[in-house]
Design a protein around this ligand. Structure first.
Ligand code: HEM
Length: 609
């Protein structure tokens, strides 16, 4: 497995915010970074803007009234009327927003959005991961506040009632904004950055691919790939006479999840647990480039000949060519087989008899689907990126938390032994099946709890396509998101909201078994364990205080896949080994990519149980 340098391999999954250690941190070269420049480097210590949020927004109120009776956009892909067209954002809207903001910042203009304005220093945001920097501001200003940099504003949302409004009730009043701009060169028109019209059709095609029979079959694949991980750990231990080895578990989890996603999505064996290859290197380098672009001051890669004259852009182009050639080859291969138009027949396949059970094969087999090769390439690339590092990250942070709580670890291991039977010495690693994964409740809740404390990604990005009045939730301001505004949904803040979680910073998977209510958060139904119906507690169980896979129409399509994969892999490793931290937990720093990485890996002492 290739380990990239200090920046680590980063996957710009749904919401990329990838600050570099030294650069101004922000999701977007067009946003935070450039804004800092607008104010000028000499003003880095200046307050971002005057706090005039106490002025009630009279326009906000009238906007809310105007919204009453307006045709509402659909909230899920099933609701979508074929004639629905989301609002468009024009340059006029952006300029008008900027002028308003300048007048508000430097003049007497009344706030149109009504949000509290956060005062602070840009330095607070650039010294570390931005999601960490936003947490103290959230505690001070509440679940809706505004960061303003000169004319540019970012609304930061961390309240479950508000998040429900944005993700569930009005998903199509927002685009992916800057995220789409950054990801487009890599994912093209893949589901994550896709504009509405493309997204609508592709989502309808892709979701059925994750059907029960396929997921059942995938559980076997997860076991095979995790068995390879186990073999490698055995080999590491065998090298040492003392019966243990120090292993970077983050790196190992990254390798296993890359192998799984390659085989599951396009039947390609990266074999990254056992070897290095140009294609693996190309994938990681492209992901790093996306991270670089999300933090660089100005998009120089769009300049003519940048991909010829700038070495890293030349390398990026060559790597993209290599990935595209490989994916195109796999698409051609999959297309060489007979297809069917019968979705039901496909979904009821006996996958044990299918030579190529990949998602790609399913997609080309639905011959009725009118899809181009380039769209298929974009779908594959998106899934590769979306499904790989996220799963590795949840495994990493879950192990990190468990290793610090020996009692809890013992209970988890007891559950695994109970469900799978204790392991005999020398036994080849066996994988849990679907039913066994369902029985391992504590293991699954530990993964959910790791996703609560370390959400992947920690911030979701949106841009408003129309004015959206917000409900109050835990706050009391009348806030309206204005057309053109960039919005950060801080999942990090939401998942650590002191009004929604008891002891929010504690790793306690059993919290998901206890109900929790707080009438102080207006219109929030609280957390109800009786509503858990699948593999993990979700946005429904928590009324949008817990959104590990997003929510609403743009919710993750790989959630079940990821939970099954992570449970299988964690159960197989904990059944066989004991893990101990080799450095103080507080020394395992965080770096931000699309997912939250450790700052320098997660070295652990691994011993056979
Ligand atoms: C633990 C693992 C994972 C986590 C935490 C995760 C998280 C998320 C989140 C939060 C979103 C919503 C993004 C937004 O609203 O901006 C999302 C979207 C998405 N995820 Fe995942 N994901 C995981 C695994 C996967 C896997 C395994 C796949 C596919 C094989 C996948 C494919 C996607 C796709 C295609 C979308 C875009 C959906 C759309 O816009 O319609 N994810 N994911």
């Amino acid at each position: 497995m290739i380990r990239l340098g200090a920046m680590t391999a980063t996957t710009p999954h749904p919401a990329v915010i990838r600050p570099r250690a030294t650069a101004c941190r922000g999701s977007n070269p067009d946003a935070l970074v450039r804004l800092a420049t607008v104010k000028g480097s000499t003003t880095r210590k200046t307050a971002w803007m005057m706090n005039n949020a106490s002025t009630p927004s009279s326009r906000g109120a009238s906007l809310r009234r105007a919204a009453v009776g307006m045709p509402q956009p659909p909230s899920t892909e099933e609701d979508i009327d074929d004639d629905f067209v989301p609002s468009q954002l024009g340059i006029k809207d952006i300029i008008s927003l900027w002028i308003t903001q300048i007048l508000q910042t430097y003049g007497d203009e009344e706030s149109k959005d009504g949000a509290p304005v956060c005062e602070g220093s840009v330095d607070d945001l650039v010294g570390g991961p931005i999601f960490l920097a936003l947490y103290p501001y959230f505690l001070k200003y509440g679940g809706v506040f505004k960061l303003a940099f000169g004319p540019k504003v970012f609304m930061v949302l961390s309240d479950p009632v508000v998040v429900r409004e944005v993700l569930k009730e009005k998903p199509f009043a927002f685009s992916k904004g800057v995220l789409a701009e950054i990801l487009e060169p890599i994912m093209g028109q893949g589901l994550i950055p896709a504009p509405y019209a493309v997204w609508k059709n592709r989502r309808r095609q892709l979701v059925p691919g994750f059907h029960k029979a396929w997921l059942d079959h995938m559980v076997g694949l997860f076991g095979d790939c995790s068995a390879q991980l186990v073999k490698n750990l055995d080999a590491e231990i065998a090298k040492n006479p003392n019966g243990s080895a120090i292993v970077d578990m983050e790196e190992r989890f990254c390798s296993v999840s890359l192998d799984i996603i390659g085989l599951a999505v396009f039947n390609y064996d990266f074999g990254s647990t056992t070897r290095e290859s140009p294609i693996i290197k190309a994938v990681y380098t492209c992901l790093q480039e996306a991270a670089h672009r999300s933090t660089f001051y100005f998009p120089y890669w769009n300049l003519p000949l940048a991909d010829v004259l700038v070495p890293r852009q030349r390398e990026f182009k060559n790597n993209m060519n290599l990935i595209n050639e490989t994916l195109n080859g796999l698409i051609k291969k999959a297309q060489a087989f007979e297809g069917t138009e019968d979705l039901e027949e496909l979904q009821n396949r006996d996958y044990s008899k299918v030579k190529d059970p990949s998602l790609l094969r399913f997609l080309v087999d639905i011959r009725g689907a009118d899809v181009t090769d380039s769209q298929l390439r974009d779908d594959l690339m998106t899934m590769l990126i979306a499904g790989h590092e996220t799963t590795a990250a949840v495994l990493t942070w879950c192990l990190y938390c468990l290793a610090q709580d020996r009692d809890l670890m013992a209970k988890v291991v007891a559950e695994i032994d109970d469900v799978m039977g204790p392991q005999n010495d020398g036994e080849t690693p066996t994988a849990p099946n679907y039913e066994q994964i369902q029985k391992m409740e504590l293991v699954r809740l530990c993964l959910a709890e790791a996703l609560r404390l370390y959400p992947e990604p920690p911030i979701l990005i949106r841009r408003c396509l129309e004015d959206v009045p917000l409900p109050k939730g835990a706050g009391d301001a009348n806030v309206t998101l204005i057309k053109g505004m960039d919005v950060f949904i801080s999942v990090w803040n939401l998942h650590r909201h002191p009004d929604c979680w008891e002891e929010p910073l504690k790793f306690d998977p059993t919290r998901f078994k206890r109900p929790f209510q707080n009438p102080g958060v207006k219109d929030w139904a609280g957390y109800n364990p009786d509503l858990i119906s699948g593999l993990y507690p979700n946005e429904v169980t928590s009324d949008f205080a817990f959104i590990p896979f997003g929510a609403g129409a743009r919710k993750c399509i790989g959630d079940q896949f990821a939970m099954l994969e992570a449970t299988s892999c964690l159960a197989m490793t904990l059944r066989r080994y004991d893990f101990e931290m080799t450095k103080d937990a507080s020394d395992v720093g965080m770096e931000m990519g699309a997912t939250i990485h450790t700052a320098g890996g997660l070295p652990m002492k691994v011993t056979r149980r």
